[in-house]
Design a protein around this ligand. Structure first.
Ligand code: NAD
Ligand code: USQ
Length: 398
């Protein structure tokens, strides 16, 4: 039976992925250090849905599915030997790596959080690569990257899957076809760590012939999957705070609690989106279709569709009657952009992407309705500013 280790398996994407793989016959192990639960405490936030302890989550899964999932409490950023010990014990054929600090606002909010995000994400990924080399087993690494590494080209050219074909002139004037990593243009310290991850992958795929798939995922929305619906103790996270809440889930939640929809700037930002059910489907497809040993890193765009932020706000407002508030944008980002991106590989593998669909939007709002007693209005505003110049009382040169 295929054995898969899910790093970051206590998180929003990792937990439903672990359950999905377990339900599909994989032998699953989870690694997590609960840093995300600690960050909730640090920020004074609690997600909307009550998250059971890992022990209770795993017991509930055993009760409904009959399947065991093993858990290892390890900080992947601390020492590669911690991971190596888990790999030697669990002997996975695939490792899925979700274990990073993933909120752009958190990564921009203080100097300490900038440093933490870089240290945690880059060291974690590098420790994992070193452990994979030392394990001397042919393990496929599937990493969750992000669409934000590409930046947002003003001309709206279609973003390819990872590589850009270029023609370079040699010294004698002859033309040579090359394929280079798409030039990165990350928009936050967090997104920058995913750009750095790409270089680490390139090196280890070439030097040690590691098999690596990097999934550049868009913004995830929704909360439940087929498996997390099976018991209340399996329920997934639902973040709506100004750091970790992603835009569509925030709008859906805000509509339920009669908060105006917080559109940053004009809402002209266009982004890629994917439903959490498709996240787990895509990860399984990626596991089942690894690159050959010795080949370049396989990069796939894990997205269903692209949408403009104000279009999403309008959609939610029309469904619910919510008001839209255009607030000052705390981020440094293009006020308006177009975005087109290829998801050809997943399409070819059989993915039929879930699009923004009334039924799923309503399901997400039903969850928000059910748990709105846990809603805390104080954590809704996005307070993390991208530049010092935005802070009152500071001259631009400070
Ligand atoms: P999350 O914060 O809910 O989950 C991340 C999990 O990793 C948490 O349980 C955390 O405790 C764990 N973790 C972090 N650092 C760790 C460490 N050093 N050692 C062990 N465990 C550690 O985030 P998520 O939304 O599930 O995102 C998972 C991955 O998917 C991230 O890498 C993120 O960049 C990527 N991604 C997420 C989205 C999204 O919209 N949520 C979109 C694109 C890509
Ligand atoms: N935005 C609003 N109002 C809000 C919240 C956000 O207008 O209340 C805007 C932001 O300014 C931004 C866009 O919506 O233009 C997306 O913001 P987001 O917080 O939903 O997403 P982002 O910060 O890009 O990060 C999320 C995940 C991250 C993942 C990324 C995928 O937190 O882990 O990597 O989506 S992507 O954006 O495709 O790179």
């Amino acid at each position: 039976m295929a054995r898969v280790l899910v790093l970051g398996g206590d998180g929003f994407c990792g937990w439903p992925t672990a359950l999905h793989l377990s339900a599909h016959g994989y032998e699953v192990g989870i690694v997590d250090n609960f840093s995300r639960r600690r960050i909730d405490a640090e920020l004074g936030t609690q997600g909307l849905t009550p998250i059971a302890s890992m022990a209770d989550r795993l017991a509930a899964w055993k009760a409904v599915s009959g399947q065991d999932i093993e858990f290892f409490e390890v900080d992947v950023a601390r020492d590669y030997r911690d991971l190596l010990a888990v790999i030697d014990t669990f002997m996975p054929g695939t490792i899925v790596h979700f274990a990073e600090q993933r909120a752009a606002p958190y990564s921009m909010s203080t100097p300490e959080r900038k440093c933490y995000t870089v240290n945690n994400n880059v060291s974690g990924t590098h420790n994992l690569l070193v452990a994979l080399v030392e394990a001397r087993r042919d393990i496929h690494l599937v990493h969750l990257g992000t669409m934000g590494v590409y930046g947002y080209d003003a001309a709206g050219l279609e973003i390819p899957e990872g590589y850009l074909p270029v023609v370079v002139k040699g010294p004698d004037g002859t033309e040579h076809d090359r394929s280079i990593l798409f030039p990165t243009a990350p928009g936050s310290v967090y997104h920058m760590t995913k750009s750095l991850d790409q270089l680490l992958f390139q090196f280890y795929a070439r030097n040690d012939e590691l098999r690596i798939t990097d999934l550049h995922q868009g913004i995830v929305w929704g909360t439940q999957t087929k498996e997390t619906r099976r018991d209340d103790a399996l329920i997934n996270r639902f973040d709506y705070d100004g750091d970790y809440g992603t835009v569509l889930n925030r709008f859906l939640m805000q509509a339920v609690v009669d908060h105006a929809l917080t559109v940053h700037g004009t809402g002209g930002q266009t982004r890629a989106f994917i439903h959490i059910q498709d996240t787990v489907n895509c990860v399984r497809l990626a596991i089942d279709n690894p690159p050959q040993r010795g080949s370049q890193v396989k990069i796939l765009n894990q997205i269903a569709e692209t949408r403009q932020v104000r279009e999403l706000a309008q959609l939610v407002a029309t469904m619910t009657g919510a008001e839209i508030a255009f607030v000052d944008n705390p981020r440094k980002e293009a006020p308006e952009n177009t975005l087109r991106a290829s998801n050809a590989t997943f399409r070819a593998l059989g993915l039929e992407p879930i699009r923004l669909d009334d039924r799923l939007l309503e399901e997400t709002m039903e969850i928000a309705q059910r748990f709105k007693g846990r809603y805390n209005p104080a954590i809704v505003p996005a307070r993390s500013l991208w530049t010092k110049a935005q802070r009152p009382g500071l001259a631009p040169e400070d």
